[in-house]
Design a protein around this ligand. Sequence first.
Ligand code: PGA
Length: 252
Amino acid sequence: MKWQVVDSYEEMSSVAAEILLSAIRKTPDLVLGLPTGKTPEGMYARVVAECRRGSHCFSDVKTFNLDEYVGLSPWHPSSYSSYMKQHLFGHIDVREENINLPDGTAAWAFERHPGITHAEALELECMRYEDAIARAGSLQLTFLGLGRNGHIAFNEPGTPFDTRTRVVTLSESTKRANARYFPGGVTPDKAITMGLGTISESAAIILLASGESKREAVSRLRSGEVSPDFPASILNRHHDVRLIVDRAAAGD
Ligand code: PGA
């Protein structure tokens, strides 16, 4: 694991944006894994600004988001689909058919298989998503945020390392941390997330962490511990991981 401690959130965002853009310059048909949350917002803003300057940027790139809330349609303002439109996809030349997120309603499955249960429809959606990643040739470069409890995507503590895309129940701490995206509403209890096995098959992984609230998780990751109690620790086993952490999160 390569560690890079930078001075600020702004610097972390610039370094991450440059990694992403140079990977696209090198491999125009890159298959990207993308996160949501507060952490990558600065990276996305910089990528948008750069792409606006050039003509081709994401035109051949395929993207796969890490997760989506169960029960939210892509048009729900608090869905991760809406987040991605707001922060990235709405401003760049990515092709609609190359954008992939889990569908939290699994609407297509109900249409195709009338009478199936909600759980069965979601199961089919998880299989469809795994299959789409496999058909794209698997992830080449994946960006991750870090949960305060060490989760990556929505893989909460206790998640086995070999998990694939599936429905998960969110921990109370994750729901509290994400409540800001549901003003006046109730944060969903469940999500569809790529599994730790799915994520760790990405050829390269960049993990971003910023701010004091991530300090404990960052220090646990630094300790070298490898345990499903701390999902991000799976990254200690990956051969191409780069961590970009600001001073506040690193505590140095
Ligand atoms: P954040 O979330 O970027 O909003 O802090 C990260 C995560 O929970 O994975």
